[in-house]
Design a protein around this ligand. Structure first.
Ligand code: EPU
Length: 453
């Protein structure tokens, strides 16, 4: 309480004292980017769907609130979540109490199959670029909807008694727009084709789930998905696989801190090119008989790398921040060319506070086709190392969810104490992460402090 009797606002921060190898064992949470979409997909069924291994994170809670706002019954028992869509009675999704995420626009498709007019709240999520939803809006129109942006979010209506199949070619293999097309097409009348679709593991898992609900979906080489619309889908049972972004972060933490971390629940196939870059810079991993994977640093001198982020099966944009921390420990110049988002290097400012050497440029430092060529966005980074990171009660403020874990890695490596703020963003994607980090023998404390004015 302040002298004026007004309760001072506080915020949680992490105090991390680093500089030691991080070692231990943990289990990766279920994939955030599949769990939330699977909850949306459950609305398409005419009976309940059960999910196992749902991650206890903010984004799942936000999605749950949105589903409950239209009358869906969502019950949670540990990591098992059941979504019953049979109780849905309202077409207007309310803004969740806590915050929003990227899910609202994905709700339009499933709801338009049920209602003639629907509305969803505005999107939010990480500030890593403009993140427009134009592909989603065009797809909704193509399937027989009319959609407009409102002050609160989006309002859409269906032009006929049923959505109609469509042939869509996405300008870019967007994960979210591919999901919207799948949600629209599975119950639409006729055969749809989604060309230039995303094929991220989470999309393939979603297709598997939709098939098990009764959808008829054909995948083929060349990013083309064909969907034969059906009259009805039923509920199903799905186990959410381990989060491949989180798994890559634990691998990066083990390697960057010269430690050793055994990760349970990881699907190595989903780590694709990450594993090859990881090996090339000097990281190592062993697949254990138990199915877990042990990550560590293999060579005493780490080698630099050139990384270009891309859609799957390329190097995921969500891996680049934790991996960039590893690159600060490599001998020589490393390059990161970000081709998915135009503005995903905000986190480098904090790394430089801890002593990392990096420079940004708007040039495309790579050979992949890039939508940001000559547009003036600082979307390539040059990192030179190795640098011993050092913290002197240095505050680093998390700019986006995935960068959050990169900051934890940097703070764990830095000699001295770091104060990590804006942790709510990290906890939206990783839940109560402090006990898991403590179990890795990391000196971390969650405290609160008055919000700086
Ligand atoms: N894009 C458009 N128009 C659209 C849709 C996308 O221009 O209508 C652009 C985006 O601006 C971006 C690119 O296409 O430059 C790719 O965006 P995509 O739609 O693939 O991203 P998303 O579906 O919004 C998901 C993940 C992100 C992950 C990306 C790329 C979820 C909730 N989010 O986002 O993950 O980076 O795919 O793989 O699934 C995270 O987990 O923290 C996260 C940011």
């Amino acid at each position: 309480m302040s002298e004026t009797g007004v309760q001072a606002k506080t915020e949680p921060v992490y105090e991390i004292t680093g500089g030691k190898p991080v070692e231990g064992e943990l289990t990766v949470l279920g994939s955030k980017n599949f769990a939330t979409k699977a909850m949306v997909a459950a609305l398409l069924g005419d009976s309940p769907t059960t999910f196992q291994n749902a991650p206890p994170i903010g984004d799942v809670a936000i999605t749950e609130q949105m589903l409950m706002s239209i009358g869906a019954t969502v019950t949670t028992d540990g990591s098992t979540v059941v979504v019953d869509p049979t109780t849905v009675i309202r077409p207007d999704v309310q803004h969740p109490d806590s915050a929003s995420n990227r899910i609202p626009i994905l709700l339009v498709g499933p709801l338009l199959h049920k209602f003639e007019r629907v509305s969803v709240p505005a999107l939010s999520g990480c500030n890593i670029g403009r993140r427009p939803v134009d592909f989603h809006l065009r797809a909704i129109e193509a399937f027989g909807g009319v959609v407009e942006e409102t002050d609160e979010g989006y309002a859409a209506m269906r032009r006929g008694p049923r959505l109609q199949a469509a042939h869509i070619r996405l300008e870019y293999p967007s994960v979210g727009a591919t999901e919207t097309c799948l949600f629209l097409s599975v119950l639409a009348q006729g055969r749809s084709v989604i060309a230039n679709a995303a094929v991220e593991p989470e999309i393939l898992e979603l297709i598997t789930m939709l098939r098990s609900m009764g959808a008829v979906i054909f995948t083929s080489p060349g990013r083309e998905i064909r969907v034969e619309g059906v009259e009805r889908l039923s509920g199903t049972f799905t186990r959410i696989s381990g989060d491949r972004i989180e798994a890559a972060s634990w691998a990066s933490l083990a390697c960057a801190s010269n430690g050793r971390i055994t990760v349970n629940g990881v699907t190595l196939e989903h780590l694709g090119n990450f594993l090859s870059h990881f090996r090339q810079v000097g990281g190592g991993y062993t697949r254990l008989e138990s199915g877990a994977v042990e990550f560590f640093r293999e060579s005493s001198t780490m080698r630099p790398a050139v990384i270009e982020t891309d859609v799957y099966p390329g190097f995921s944009t969500d891996w680049q921040q934790p991996f960039a921390v590893v690159l600060t420990q490599c001998e020589g110049i490393s390059i990161v060319h970000e081709t998915v988002y135009e503005d995903r290097f905000g986190y480098l400012r904090a790394l430089s506070k801890l002593g990392a050497n990096s420079q940004l440029t708007s040039h495309c430092l790579g050979s992949l086709p890039c939508r940001y060529r000559d547009k003036g966005y600082d979307h390539s980074a040059i990192l030179s190392g190795p640098t011993q990171l050092v913290a002197r009660d240095t505050e680093i403020q998390i700019p986006d969810l995935r960068a959050g874990l990169a900051y934890i890695i940097a703070a764990a490596m830095a000699e001295g104490r770091s104060i990590v703020s804006n942790v709510a963003l990290l906890e939206r994607g990783y839940g109560d992460i402090v006990p898991r980090l403590s179990s890795l023998n990391l000196d971390i404390k969650r405290t609160t402090r008055p919000v700086p004015r």
